[in-house]
Design a protein around this ligand. Structure first.
Ligand SMILES: [Cu+2]
Length: 665
């Protein structure tokens, strides 16, 4: 499963080189491998009369409960000794399966014990519309291109070869016509790809849309809103089309002659003082588990589980059909299935370790996305420094960070998701947004308030991206309290005679209703996740603070359908008490859901959240007022946040980092 890469060699052989994975039993949090996926599907087919038309939406690990998993992984055995099976070795392996029966228009959930070969549960999910699957995407393109009404509409626009039409199915949300109620639908955007290596979004075919029933795979209706000429540009960006290329960059090589400083054992990662586990699933993609920091020989938990749990993209353009545009890339599609196979020296640079991931296709057959997860180290600039002017001495340390990343392509757009671990105990989340902005055509000479002209007759609509990052915290244990900390100035008076005084004011968020919060940069607002049951030697509650990044909220009206369905994006922070079924902030089945599921629903109970096992849901927003410079392919935009120790350690935990090996240091 682990593939190793050096700068110039591509060993794609599985991890025989590591020697330990194959010999080890599976850890309870390891994702299902191909064999387990196959077994789970076989058991389900045996126990239930799954129809030949059934489509497997996902087959993933049914994660064990927290009490079944130890935070630390036992050390590997010394030579000659038997491996310690560890507390997780006897945890049964279970699969969670989502199955679509398109003839019945029904979505089922099953849990299967791979260990005992039995079906544990099976239920019809009432009113659920299963997410949109990769195989369906391809089928939708075929039926749309073949539809006589579409062919006629294309001809009205001078397009005679439907084979050159790129069909993009979009989730329809709540915009189905009343007579289409109950069906599992998509609507399409069409683009004309005159040459094969043209930018697929350069020639939007305006005003021609199919509504397609994904279950039956039939075109339900075709709307033609009138002809707007196809824009003239090609939007080409491939190397072969943009020359001459710059030739004035000298080589920059990252050389780690002794290999990287991290260790990967199966799905466990160790780097510096950090210990964590990884997994991957169809819906969330990369998941981080049991993140701990080894402090003077003791592994101190920080996070139980971290992942991106929803990704919502609303668009600004109100014109007919354009106003339908919004997507829930995780709940309606799944970002695991959209993961790229990463290429050495392109997506990551240096001494790389890749992890392959195994998922189930629509038939329940396992398949591999090779090199889906990338691990590498980066120089991260200055860690700390001081020049002592009296002694004339300098102590400088460079910062190194461990980068764990994956990249998805969601139609036009790329999201590159990075988790950074630093030597001073900081964890950083960053998303880089790149790819191609979504276009529509404008009549010659026209502009729009709702987008930017990026090429002649080509409008890139303004839009936003909201990532809900689910942080199941465990700061020195599971019982945590979240405080909001604002900095306040004191009024001038006897206790503030010079008017200079300011102080942080810490307020516990006691119930869910108090824990739906916004950022406030002018108060220096942050949120502290503390363990109130413990005191450090200095007398602090050990804590990590969530340092928000610059962010926005959705601009769509509170009553707008998109807003109703993505309530999570109306706040930057939500805190809930941990509940194993609460995984997705816009609900389990956002596809065509009318709204209100997930966070707004759960938090109606207004549960207490003090000194308990808490989950933080932080909304990372990227507000995209499009620029001509975003065309034809967009330079990466960044957004994110940090988790920084704040009273977790008694001093700078990176004091013991050694100076660099440069003779000048
Ligand atoms: Cu954008």
């Amino acid at each position: 499963m682990v593939t190793h890469h050096t700068r110039d060699k591509d060993h794609s052989s599985p991890d025989a080189a590591d020697g330990h994975h194959a010999a080890q039993s599976r850890h309870p949090l390891d994702p299902l491998d191909a064999g387990e996926i196959r077994q789970a599907v076989e058991i389900l087919r045996r126990e239930r009369s799954v129809s030949p038309d059934a489509r497997f939406v996902s087959v993933s690990l049914n994660e064990p409960s927290k009490d079944q998993v130890a935070f630390a992984t036992p050390d590997p055995p010394a030579p000659g000794q038997a491996a310690d099976p560890g507390p997780g070795a006897t945890v049964p392996r279970e699969a969670f399966v989502i199955l679509l029966e398109p003839r019945q228009h029904a979505t089922y959930e099953a849990t299967v014990s791979i260990t005992t070969g039995s079906l544990l549960s099976w239920r019809l999910v009432p009113d659920a519309r299963a997410p949109l699957m990769a195989a369906e995407y391809a089928a939708c393109q075929v039926v749309t291109r073949a539809d006589a009404r579409i062919i006629a509409g294309l001809e009205r626009r001078g397009i005679t070869d439907p084979g050159k039409v790129h069909v993009e199915p979009w989730s329809i949300g709540t915009f189905a016509a009343p007579e289409e109620a109950g069906r599992r639908l998509v609507w399409t955007l069409l683009f004309y790809r005159e040459q094969l290596d043209d930018n697929p979004y350069a020639k939007p075919i305006h005003g021609l849309h199919a509504v397609v029933d994904y279950d039956d795979m039939t075109v339900v209706r075709v709307e033609d809103l009138g002809v707007v000429p196809v824009p003239p540009g090609s939007g080409a960006y491939a190397t072969s089309r943009v020359g001459p290329l710059r030739d004035d960059l000298k080589p920059l090589e990252i050389i780690q002659p002794e290999g990287p400083s991290f260790e990967v054992r199966g799905w466990e990662v160790r780097w510096q003082r950090w210990r964590l586990r990884l997994s991957f699933n169809a819906r969330e993609g990369l998941v981080l588990h049991t993140i701990g920091y080894e402090d003077r020989g003791r592994l101190r938990p920080v996070l139980w589980r971290a992942s991106v749990a929803e990704l919502f993209i609303p668009y600004a353009d109100p014109r007919p059909f354009q106003g339908f545009r919004n997507a829930f890339d995780i709940g309606e599609f799944g970002i695991g299935i959209l993961a790229n196979s990463l290429k050495l020296g392109c997506d990551c640079l240096g001494e790389i370790r890749y992890l392959d991931v195994e998922l189930a296709d629509g038939n329940g057959e396992p398949y591999t996305i090779s090199q889906a997860i990338c691990l590498h180290e980066e120089d991260a600039g200055l860690l700390w420094k001081h020049y002592d002017g009296n002694l004339g001495t300098t102590e400088t340390r460079r910062s190194r960070r461990l980068v764990i990343s994956f990249i998805i392509t969601a139609d036009n757009y790329e999201y590159a998701i990075y988790w950074y671990f630093y030597q001073d105990g900081t964890i950083e989340f960053e998303v880089k947004l790149t790819g191609i902005v979504l276009t529509s055509a404008l009549p010659p000479g026209e502009t729009s308030d709702f987008g930017t002209l990026v090429a002649p007759q080509t409008l890139a609509a303004h839009h936003q991206h909201f990532l809900s990052v689910r942080l199941d915290m465990a700061v020195d244990g599971l019982s945590n309290t979240v405080y909001e900390v604002d900095t306040e100035a004191l009024a001038p008076g006897p206790s503030n005679p010079l008017g200079n005084a300011f102080r942080p004011v810490k307020r516990p968020l006691r119930r869910e209703s108090e824990a739906q919060r916004l950022i406030d940069p002018l108060r220096g607002r942050y949120w502290l996740v503390a363990n109130p049951g413990i005191k450090t030697e200095l007398g602090h509650e050990p804590a990590y603070k969530l340092v928000p990044g610059p962010s926005v909220l959705a601009f769509s009206h509170p009553d707008a359908s998109a807003n109703q369905r993505a309530k999570f994006a109306t706040k930057h922070l939500w805190v809930t008490p941990y509940s194993p079924g609460e995984r997705y902030p816009a609900g389990d089945y956002p596809n065509q859901h009318p709204g209100g599921a997930g966070l707004p629903d759960w938090t109606k109970a207004d549960r207490p959240i003090e000194n308990t096992d808490v989950v933080l849901w932080y909304t990372v927003g990227s507000h995209h007022i499009t620029r001509p410079e975003d065309w034809p392919v967009m330079p990466a935009e960044r957004a994110g946040f940090m988790l920084k120790p704040a009273g977790f350690f008694d001093q700078n935990p990176a004091l013991d980092v050694a100076p660099g090996s440069s003779p000048h240091c």
